[in-house]
Design a binder for this molecule. Structure first.
Ligand SMILES: Cc1cc2nc3c(=O)[nH]c(=O)nc-3n(C[C@H](O)[C@H](O)[C@H](O)COP(=O)(O)O)c2cc1C
Length: 361
């Protein structure tokens, strides 16, 4: 969202897009967590999810991602369980370490993010113990937590001491946990596989995508799980319109183009994410020479339904099959019509025509 938007505008637009996604037939709606990025301005995804609960019928929701090292794991475990019950199961949990140093600094943590992944992993262990609802006390590297003894209120009729059951809807074994991945050969993917979480990747080129699945599958197989490509999700920027030229115009002149030009291109250069796209394009262009037209051709997937199907099919076939395409959403709040139409066409005209979504290559 443009930095000039007020929190209320961001909140209302998020709910509006969720309503459209629900009607268009999207499966899931995911909301990021950022406290210090003006362009990504939702610090509490769970509050947007709560607002959407009453406005939508079939869509599932996830914070994508809760940055676990930045929370008190006891509080977060209770909140996640409670919210999954409020949503009556239309909820899953996205977890990540956090990408931005200023989010860490805000919580007094090292700006080099060296604690982000170990904190994420320790927090997850604690949260799972809390959902088990058995008494424990944890004194760890980063966190202290516990679960209290329950009193025998059933026998005594002493309701004053009763504890509510805020474990996840339908039992913890039914809570899907999805873990984020970004870097080549991501260690997060190995960890996700080993713990039977779902893999969700930012696309950073075909080789990065392949490496994410390879690491995930390795983690699964080493721990007796059978990796299922239907659980593999890949995030892209996608616009569909009648013609390639029209889709490109909607992308370049709208919120997607504004956001990439002013925010994501500099961020992706800093994280060196664009190199994967350059390698795939075969253009051999220097990162410094990239312009928005190049980004529209080689980074986004915009075009007629036929063009978008072709490009997504190529990604699916090269990486080896994936079960879900995730489209990033952008700030079209001033004129949502072309964006919303594009969303509906992606759901109805594009995605059903991708073949072999879970094929293993
Ligand atoms: C789908 C997805 C959503 C993400 N959401 C957030 C977010 O909301 N806030 C944030 O700071 N980082 C977010 N990240 C980035 C992660 O916190 C982190 O930088 C990334 O998972 C690191 O991956 P790696 O362990 O493979 O290097 C997200 C990443 C992905 C793939």
């Amino acid at each position: 969202m443009k930095p000039s938007r007020s929190p209320r505008q961001v909140f209302d637009y998020s709910v509006e897009i969720a309503r459209e996604a629900d009607q268009a037939g999207f499966a899931d709606f995911m909301i990021g967590e950022h406290a210090t990025q003006a362009w990504e301005s939702v610090p509490n995804p769970e509050i947007v999810i709560g607002a959407c609960a009453r406005e939508t019928e079939q869509l599932r929701f996830a914070p994508m991602a809760h940055l676990l090292g930045l929370h008190n794991p006891g509080s977060l475990a209770i909140q996640v369980g409670w919210l999954s019950q409020v949503l009556e199961g239309r909820y899953f949990l996205g977890v990540g370490p956090g990408a931005y140093p200023r989010d860490a600094i805000l919580r007094g943590q090292p700006a080099d993010l060296s604690e982000a992944r170990p904190r994420r992993d320790e927090a997850l262990e604690i949260m799972q113990k809390i959902w088990d609802r058995k008494p424990f006390h944890h004194q760890g590297e980063y966190f202290t937590a516990g679960f209290p003894e329950e009193t025998e209120s059933d026998e005594t009729g002493d309701e004053f001491h009763m504890m509510p059951d805020f474990s996840p809807w339908n039992g913890v074994e039914n809570l899907e946990i999805a873990m984020t991945a970004l870097s080549y050969g991501s260690a997060s993917m190995k960890y996700a596989g080993a713990n039977n979480f779902s893999p969700i990747s930012f696309f950073g080129g075909m080789e990065v995508g392949k490496s994410h699945w390879a690491k995930y599958a390795e983690g699964q197989e080493e721990n007796g799980f059978t990796p299922d490509r239907m659980r593999f999700r890949m995030c892209r920027d996608i616009v569909v319109a009648d013609t390639d030229a029209e889709a490109k115009r909607i992308a370049l002149e709208g919120g997607l183009g504004t956001c990439w030009e002013n925010y994501l291109v500099p961020v992706y250069k800093e994280f060196n994410i664009l190199q994967g796209y350059i390698d795939d394009s075969g253009t051999g262009i220097d990162q410094a020479d990239l312009d928005m037209d190049w980004i529209a051709e080689h980074v986004w997937i915009c075009g007629s339904p036929e063009t978008v199907i072709e490009k997504l099919q190529a990604m699916n076939d090269t990486i080896g099959g994936m079960g879900q395409i995730v489209m990033n959403t952008h700030d079209y709040a001033d004129d949502p019509k072309p964006w919303v139409e594009s969303m509906h066409r992606i759901a109805k005209e594009v995605v059903p025509n991708i073949k072999d979504v879970a094929a293993v290559v």
